[in-house]
Design a binder for this molecule. Structure first.
Ligand code: NAP
Ligand code: MG
Length: 401
């Protein structure tokens, strides 16, 4: 077979630990034999981030903005223990945070479902994608305790510092208590809405959104109003494709999602997304089967696995043991990026190959060959599941291809 050529490179962001090891294997075993792989390479491994004073992360994010499509390996977000372990100059910021700030995007997560791997909720036949608003609310809150007898007010000043509004939050005459101040920005909510409606169209999914506008008549209601307003731009296209946007109360969405058979984009405010994405990932099985993409409002894409660098497996790998780390989400990061690159370049061969690669992977798992994390969830009559090491699993996919 002649190798598939690429017109435009994708931005490749290498990473750390076990995922860095798998990254190399995926390229050598599944991609390079079939594709004349063109990438603009940035080494986001912690050693190189430290050597470049984290400059490489910013360069990589700017490259993603320029070329439009990036694929990222999981990276260590350093804490005090990592500073010690890697003898770092400082505890550099989270690379994902830096990239998100520069690309200004929304993170969408979606489980990779396979015949034979049963979700804990048996009715869920199709994946549920989650969009989490990554700005504001309690994540940028100010909080305080108030003593008995105190009074707390919400005060707004104009740009000159003159007080223009004040409302009493609570009179703590009867005893001490707590208060919290949160905010969000119309601009951020609007960008979030645009990203969500684009994702729905790209993936042919109806969009469900929930907040608590009956109780939070100004704050949550603003989310509802902005989403409804922006949906009008998309309505015609949604209706043409038999898709729709539904806003309802968050408790109603939760009940509907549980009763559903999946197959929607669930749009969550920041806190709801934090909580619900963990619930959805767990219900579908393994962290190794959750894909993730950052989409900017102007249509730039960064694909990655949702899990981390799988440190515990890496230490075993360093001791010379072979591990059964699941490479599926990392394969999906590559296929996601290459499909998008092909699509943007009007090149059908690349997406076609990626669909075959995904299909081979899923068929292999449903025929009983998988990494160890999936074994407890696998149930198919007459099929006794076999645990493979990561390399054995990748080689078997290549054979199938
Ligand atoms: P993790 O790397 O996701 O791993 C947590 C545990 O989940 C693993 O020990 C393993 O369980 C299981 N697991 C995760 N991915 C798996 C896979 N592909 N196959 C099989 N099992 C898998 O999270 P962490 O240990 O909390 O974090 C490790 C490092 O990753 C940290 O330095 C953190 O900063 C970084 N991180 C990066 C990203 C990112 O770049 N997007 C995201 C999260 C964390 P068992 O050990 O029980 O097998
Ligand atoms: Mg969470």
């Amino acid at each position: 077979m002649a190798k598939i050529s690429m017109r435009t490179p994708v931005v490749e962001m290498d990473g750390d630990e076990m995922t860095r090891v798998m990254w190399g294997w995926i390229k050598d075993i599944l991609l390079k034999p079939f594709i004349d792989l063109k990438t603009e390479y940035y080494d986001l491994g912690l050693v190189n981030r430290d050597a470049t004073c984290d400059g490489v992360t910013e360069q990589a994010a700017l490259a993603a903005k320029r070329l439009g499509v990036a694929v990222k390996c999981a990276t260590i977000t350093p804490n005090a223990q990592r500073v010690e372990e890697y003898k770092l100059k400082k505890a550099w910021a989270s690379p994902n945070g830096t990239i998100r700030r520069i690309m200004d995007g929304t993170v969408f997560r979606s489980p990779i479902t396979v015949k034979g791997i049963r979700p804990y909720i048996p009715g869920w036949k199709k994946p549920i994608a989650i969009a989490r608003h990554a700005y504001g609310d309690i994540y940028n809150a100010v909080e305080d305790r108030v003593e008995k007898g105190g009074k707390a007010y919400l005060v707004v000043c104009d740009s000159e510092g003159r007080q223009i509004k004040s409302s009493l939050i609570h009179d703590f005459a009867d005893g001490e208590g707590i208060i919290q101040g949160v905010h969000n920005l119309d601009k951020s909510i609007a960008a979030f809405a645009e990203s969500c409606f684009n994702y729905g169209l790209e993936n042919n999914l109806p969009v469900w959104m929930g907040a608590k506008d009956t109780i939070s008549k100004t704050y949550d209601h603003r989310f509802k109003d902005i989403f409804n307003e922006i949906y009008e731009k998309y309505r015609a296209e949604y209706e043409k494709r038999g898709l729709y946007f539904m806003y309802t109360l968050i408790d109603d969405v939760v009940a509907r999602v549980i009763r559903s058979d999946g197959g929607m984009l669930w749009v969550c405010k920041n806190y709801d997304g934090d909580v619900m994405s963990d619930m959805v990932a767990t219900a579908y099985g393994s962290l190794g089967m959750m894909s993730s993409v950052l989409v900017s409002p102007d249509g730039k894409y960064e694909y990655e696995a949702a899990h981390g660098t799988v440190t515990r497996h890496y230490y075993r790998h360093l001791k010379g043991e072979s591990t059964s780390t699941n490479p599926v989400a990392t394969i999906w990061a590559w296929t996601g990026a290459l499909k998008k690159r092909g699509e943007l370049d009007g090149d059908e061969k690349l997406p076609q190959f990626c669909r075959k690669l995904e299909k081979s992977t899923l068929q292999l798992i449903s025929s009983g060959y998988m990494t160890g994390d999936l074994i407890p969830m696998f149930k198919r009559r007459g099929v006794q599941p076999v645990t493979l090491t990561t390399r054995e699993f990748l080689n078997k996919i290549a054979e199938k291809l």
